[in-house]
Design a protein around this ligand. Structure first.
Ligand code: NAD
Length: 479
């Protein structure tokens, strides 16, 4: 089969090698499509296309017009919403209702950055009396983007829309496990009128196409979302030419519940924060820190909800779908087996739907507790539906445990005490803190990114534009 999933110079092409990769449906483990296995040759062609587009025309297109292209894409995503949602659900295994949210958020990214494209301004700086200094923001030129498989549409849309708004052209390398919605999104963008060569896309393996993109000498900036280990490789490749990067890496985010919290409001959100996308979310709330005197009642409420969850195929649209792949399932099951070996009590397990397809990659959401700080479940990112309950005694200990991992992406704090809300938020070393809520439904407008091992730079909101542009200072002596 000739998989035409590489977009270069506005043309859909097979891999130059002619090779393809199979796409597996996580709900039944069967092949349902193929993509082109792009390599360094295809990356080089895509980068050349993006460079010609930038130098040839895109760098002269004013912000207001770039914004109009993005607005049309947003509109077109909404027209194709159901088609995109089914594709995303099938490709990633997530329940259809979650995929529908992803489509809504993807459209919002294009809408948000459509409005932002003509509002990227610099500043006038005070200097000596006979001078005027201005600092203007300019696009980098050609940006490279490497995204993971867990939210292809949301992440593809957020990085694509922001970089085009900033005035760059791009080459995108989606994940080999799930990328069909991104291919379709690119088709939709072109059909909506986006000049075809500004958006270039190469499907393929991380160690081939991804590595070639990170290492390409003509990529001016790299936005990477994925694991900390691969993030390091990408930075090393970019460092060889001193190109800047934005790194959105993993997390081990705490949900911190104080005894005065509104537990009825908190618990459904806490459960959703670890079961959404089967826990394969960088900002999953995977540690549940509970004030000791409320431990039993909060755990009891979480157990009740966990046991009501149903796990099944994406299109059955239950609470939780399969994991992305056999590899991911094996990895998560490794954590479960080690927890049993370490004697960590499993407090609740969600149930599988009847007649689960045999080859699917299903793992039941599981709640463990109390999990000692020394156990790997308290510190390592599982990237699956596994929640670790951990008791704490007071505010200071909550902050200490909250910060006691290598990661620092997001956190949830549940308390009615206003002073404590801010003290804890300020004490936590992470990029986003949610007080009495979590996740902000995609949070298109809200700067997002990590501290520590979770990365640096920010995506989303106006802040993303600061990271996708560079600053030029112009010093004028007017006498
Ligand atoms: P991964 O790092 O294996 O893959 C991510 C992307 O990198 C894929 O497109 C892959 O093809 C590519 N890649 C793999 N090897 C490469 C190489 N040598 N050079 C260049 N590119 C390469 O991550 P994953 O397993 O797909 O995703 C899971 C991880 O991503 C988790 O750690 C999760 O927390 C993190 N994540 C972070 C965010 C965030 O915004 N902070 C969002 C989603 C996922």
């Amino acid at each position: 089969m000739n998989a035409l999933t590489i977009l270069s110079d506005g043309k859909w092409l097979p891999a130059s090698s002619g090779e393809t990769l199979e796409m597996i449906d996580p709900s039944d483990g069967r092949e349902f499509a193929r993509i082109a296995r792009g390599t360094a040759v295809d990356i080089a062609r895509a980068v050349n296309s993006a460079r010609r587009a930038f130098e040839g025309h895109w760098s002269k297109v004013p912000g207001v017009e770039r914004g109009r292209f993005l607005a049309k894409i947003a509109e077109s995503i909404r027209v194709h919403a159901e088609e995109l949602a089914s594709l995303e659900a099938r490709d990633t295994g997530k329940p259809l209702k979650q995929a529908r949210v992803d489509v809504t958020v993807a459209a919002r990214y294009f809408e948000f950055y459509a409005g932002a494209a003509d509002k990227i301004h610099g500043e006038a700086l005070p200097f000596l009396p006979e001078y005027q200094v201005i600092a203007i923001r300019e696009p980098y030129g050609v940006t490279g983007h490497i995204i993971p498989w867990n939210y292809p549409l949301q992440m593809g849309a957020r990085t694509m829309a922001a970089t085009l708004a900033a005035g760059n052209t791009l080459v995108l390398k989606p994940a080999e496990e799930a990328c069909l919605s991104i291919v379709r999104l690119a088709e939709i963008a072109l059909a909506a009128g986006l000049p075809p060569d500004v958006l270039n896309l190469v499907t393929g393996l991380g160690e081939e196409a991804g590595a070639a993109l990170a290492a390409h000498p003509d990529i001016d900036h790299v936005s990477f979302t994925g694991s900390p280990e691969v993030g390091t490789l990408v930075q090393q490749a970019a460092a060889k030419r001193n190109a800047g990067c934005t790194m959105e890496l993993g997390g081990k985010s705490p949900q911190i519940v104080f005894a005065d919290a509104d537990v009825d409001a908190a618990v459904p959100i806490i459960v959703n924060a670890i079961t959404q996308n089967a826990g394969q979310t960088c900002s999953a709330g995977s540690r549940l820190l509970i004030e000791r005197r409320a431990y039993d009642s909060v755990v009891g409420a979480v157990v009740e909800l966990f046991t009501k969850l149903r796990v099944g195929p994406a299109l059955a649209d239950l609470d939780c779908g399969p994991l992305i792949s056999a590899t991911q399932k094996k990895r998560v099951e490794g954590f479960l087996a080690k927890a049993a070996e370490d004697g960590i009590p499993a407090l609740a397990r969600a149930a599988f739907a009847n007649d689960l397809p045999a080859g699917g990659f299903y793992v039941a959401p599981t709640l463990y507790g109390p999990v000692p700080q020394s156990n790997r479940l308290a510190s390592e990112e599982v990237f699956g539906p596994v929640l670790s309950a951990i008791p704490f005694t007071d505010e200071a200990e909550a902050i200490r445990i909250g910060n006691a991992t290598a990661y620092g992406l997001t956190a949830g704090v549940w308390t009615e005490n206003g002073g404590r809300q801010l003290r804890v938020a300020k004490g936590l070393k992470c990029g986003q803190v949610f007080i009495n809520n979590y996740g902000a439904g995609g949070g298109v407008e809200l700067p997002f990114g990590g501290m520590k091992r979770s990365g640096y730079g920010r995506e989303k909101g106006m802040e993303a534009l600061q990271h996708l542009t560079t600053l030029k200072t112009i010093v004028v002596k007017h006498g």
